[in-house]
Design a protein around this ligand. Structure first.
Ligand code: PMP
Length: 456
């Protein structure tokens, strides 16, 4: 039972003493005080299925016992010295992490967050190429440091203040909203089998989006040179927008032809979540030059990383690079236990199995409800886009989205929300979710949609 600060006192402190730009979910925010695996409990002892996992951060389960034990044991031995001395954990961790990555991705920088990782990745790419300009996709989110606010291309996250410059945004290859579509060119269990209309699996839509990238490279880059291109295989904050198959392969070719490096942001898509692959980039058949990660890496413990090749890392070796907390023994013990649990519990296969089951169930809602416009994703990285109607695809108005979403919370299921119009339900639970949890969640989502239809 909860014996700490009561709800009203917490709300009061929140209003007076905490960041006012920090948003809480729900009209009456839930007051969570305990978690176990895929479940959360509020201070009244009410249980929720957590389909958002602290924004995709709890990977193997809230307070997973193996990860908790690893942290506890390390906390009894050593918390911190900074990496000016050797300690075993960071070395064990780096060795284990690179074994999960292909090619020459062998050098690890451990950070404390995803933003730090992406900041560092951009710096590395600029130093290595000697070029300043970088490209990302519209609708992307790669972090909120002042530097990355320029890279991130979601207006809701940007302040009216100078941000990092030298960032360009290419048209988002959004298969649902983009002008050339590509809905059938996604490898999603929502459309089993390959439905791409384009000849020989050659996706016309994908090529059009690649042409847009080529235009940005050709017309906006000084001397046509680019330092880096960064993307996620499935955009997280942007509403689980799944890039058309093969887009990254062609995009990487274009960028590399101009001497640029390719960065894959695996902050949300990594660690087996997509089910079919351990890393998001693998689902697009590419090997990046730099990979960034965070969130699920520590199962909720703050840590992030950049992994790159020895050649690229060498450029950063020309000056001191230092991070006080990055790679501390406790974080590395936690990260190491997370990697073990993913192997031991066959988490990636579970994501494929349970995720496919979930996506197909959600997709069946499209024929039942006019407002369920698009169901997409892979494994346990799922998006449901709510629209006014299937023909116009206009986003469902915010108050209607909120009513559905509030209803699911009332029935014990916590879901994420996102996308530029805030009309995408984001389902990215701890990766230990079961089919029984899916059945319960589906009943709740269906009921919330029925309630919404009745209100119309
Ligand atoms: N990249 C992606 C894809 C993210 O989703 C996020 C966080 N939502 C970040 C980077 C930034 O990570 P952090 O909040 O740990 O700085």
């Amino acid at each position: 039972a909860h014996k700490g600060l009561d709800y009203d006192a917490a709300i009061n402190i929140r209003k007076k003493n905490l960041n006012p730009a920090l948003f809480t979910f729900y009209r009456k925010p839930v007051y969570i005080h305990q978690g176990h695996m895929q479940y959360l409990w509020d201070t009244n002892g009410r249980r929720y299925i957590d389909l958002f996992a602290g924004i995709v951060t709890v990977s193997v389960g809230h307070c997973h016992p193996t990860v908790g034990r690893a942290a506890e044991e390390q906390m009894k031995k050593l918390w911190h010295t900074t990496n000016i001395y050797l300690h075993p954990k960071i070395h064990e961790y780096a060795d284990k992490l690179v074994s999960k990555l292909p090619g020459n991705l062998k050098v690890v920088y451990v950070t404390n967050s995803g933003s730090e990782a992406n900041d560092l990745a951009i710096l590395m790419a600029r130093l290595h190429t000697g070029v300043f300009e970088c490209v990302s996709l519209r609708n992307c989110y790669h972090g909120a440091s002042p530097y990355l606010m320029g890279l991130t291309a979601l207006s809701t996250w940007r302040y009216n203040s100078p941000t990092g410059f030298g960032f360009h945004h290419s048209m988002n290859p959004d298969p649902y909203r983009g002008p050339w579509g590509g809905k059938h060119c996604r490898d999603s269990p929502a459309q089993p089998g390959r439905h791409c209309d384009c000849a020989e699996g050659e996706c016309h839509a994908k090529d059009m989006y690649v042409d847009q990238l080529e235009d940005v490279l050709r017309y906006s880059m000084p001397k046509g040179k680019v330092a880096a291109f960064i993307a996620e295989a499935i955009q997280g904050v942007g509403g689980a927008v799944q890039l058309p198959d093969g887009f990254l392969k062609k995009a990487y070719e274009k960028v590399r032809a101009r001497g640029g490096l390719c960065i894959s942001d695996e902050v949300q898509t990594g660690f087996g979540r997509l089910g079919s692959h351990y890393w998001g980039f693998e689902s697009q058949g590419v090997v990046p030059d730099i990979v960034t990660m965070a969130k699920g890496m520590g199962n909720g413990y703050p840590m992030g990383a950049v992994v790159t090749t020895p050649e690229i890392a060498a450029t950063l070796g020309n000056a001191l690079h230092f991070n006080t907390f990055g790679g501390n023994p406790v974080a590395c013990a936690v990260g190491s236990a997370v990697l073990d649990v993913i192997d031991e519990e066959k988490t990636q296969a579970l994501c494929a199995d349970v995720g496919t089951y979930f996506i197909q169930a959600l997709d069946s809602l499209r024929s039942e409800f006019e407002v369920v416009g698009d169901v997409r994703g892979k494994g346990l990285m799922i998006g449901v886009e709510l629209v006014k109607d299937k023909v116009s695809r206009d986003p469902l108005p915010a108050d209607e989205v909120a009513s559905i979403w509030e209803d699911t919370k009332e029935m014990g299921v916590l879901i994420g929300k996102g996308g530029l119009f805030g009309n995408c339900l984001r389902i990215k639970p701890p990766m230990c979710l079961t089919k029984a949890d899916v059945d319960y969640s589906m009943a709740v989502i269906r009921k919330a949609l029925q309630n919404h239809s009745q209100r119309l």
